[in-house]
Design a protein around this ligand. Sequence first.
Ligand code: M6R
Length: 605
Amino acid sequence: MCGIIAYIGDKKASPILVDGLKKLEYRGYDSWGLATVDSGKINFVKSVGRIGQNLEMTNLVGTIGMGHTRWATHGGVTDQNAHPHLDCEGKIAVIHNGIIENFAKLKEQLINEGHKFRSETDTEVLSHLIEKYYEGNLKEAVRRALLCVDGTYGIVVISSKEPDRIVAARHGSPLVVGVGEGENYFASDATALMPYTKKVVFIEENEIVEITKDGFYTITIDDKKVDSKIHEIDWEADLAEKKGFNHFMLKEIFEQPKIMENAFAGRIIPSEGIAHLGGLNLTTEELLKVKRIIFIACGTALHAGLVGKYMIEECASIPCEAECASELRYKRILLDKDTLVFVISQSGETADTIAAMREIQRKGIKVLGISNVVGSTIARETDGGVFVHAGPEIGVASTKAFLAQITVLAILALEFGRVRNLSFMEGKEIASEIKKIPEKIKKILEQNDKIKNLAEKYRDYKNFLYLGRRFNYPLALEGALKMKEISYVHAEGYSAGEMKHGAIAMIDEKFPCVFVAPKDSVYDKTISNMQEIKARSGKIIAVTTEDNYEIEKYVDDVIYIPETLEMLEPLLTVIPIQLLAYHMAEIKGLDVDKPRNLAKSVTVE
Ligand code: M6R
């Protein structure tokens, strides 16, 4: 969604701001803007479309400034609605992520008091409110303005009246301070700061921070001083570069063998057949008390939760559910103290997931997190949890984070399983096999060209049905999501057995099916489903286990994957479905990393 970057120091601000905004592009946006302070005035530019289409536009003078990418919520996609928004006199400029819920009432009051509005946005009330409360101290004016506001915000404010400082505040939308030498930054996402500093301060809820080029000062909205801690981020800057790949998505698919190793490193001991996720802070007694597990997430992370459900039920015989956060939040949630709740989120900032997490915490239930972004809201507000160590994921379509999530879930299943039903030998087999998966992923990646040819063959089909059973049912859902979100081709994911109860009516020679069907305990049943499709002239692409050549009798095209334990199959079957979706979108010439209408992190409900 919207992105924020701000800089104060001795260098020219605008190139740093443009570079930062480009790093935030992946979040999704429809317009952008920059503002700097120089020689007692605010210079600004704002525009619909891609950042810096016209270099002159971005060449603002000044060593203090801020930049914004907007994803429209209130008011259409127009130059005027892009941020920054200025006060009546053009001396205060604001950029904002989030939604001001009481903006209509505030706007009416401000108009009655004589303020002149220029946009249809909710954000503009902030610049006028700050103007109203300004009495020579920008930080104080921001604080007083925010006391009037309902809703969510991450804001950054500059003023030509105080050209040696920038003020920011957070309530519901993430912001970090980047701490440099003789220069400081704000950003909505630490990724934008990677080339400049690894030292960050995560701004907490209801905090206001003022930066100068030499330091930062934090207060709460109630005007109490806060001693913020500086954290060191260990992500490598080149993880956010394309490194010769045409798209971040392809690069991130190819990174997966390494990402998986990062996700299990130090967490499994194959010789003892055990696993341990330290961040959960659960003793063996506590693990044994768990009678039910609920995974809460959205989109791809929800599919990971569903894989986790199958894995844990298999290994530990604990009933599990995977619930969509936006639904769970509004229902009567039946929980007791023996239920363990996990929220899963790559970004750690998904509004629906955060709202569901808070709702459950309100009922006194512990919530653990499985997230990728250190310092994210979910990482900070959960009562424990684990990082998946996937590094920055830039492509809007989640790939490596999903693999890292299901790796962590396999480890979780092993940990729960070994204190319950799993024998030493079974634990050993699972842990050893997890270690072998990265090499097997590499073998699948070698088939990239073959999968690209398949995408070419099926490029003109308008619909796909993805089918799988048991551990691969969530992969059918994930395959369909990947296909539709980046290639805009209609695709549905179904349980292969459920297909005949309705979806089969759509099948004809123009409606192909992708079967995720390794040679496992449900393979024979899946072959029957393939025959049902073939009897209706449907075309079939199958993902199955290597050497299973007999499948060629039933299907039109096959992608082979190495053999593994049934519960670990999703760690391999996910690779061909990611590549198929990628190539389909790439062949169509689509903007793979930034699909239309989508944002990397969905911070509105
Ligand atoms: O950051 P999160 O994992 O919480 O995001 C959840 C979904 O918004 C996300 O997985 C979305 O479905 C992706 N675009 C899928 O590729």
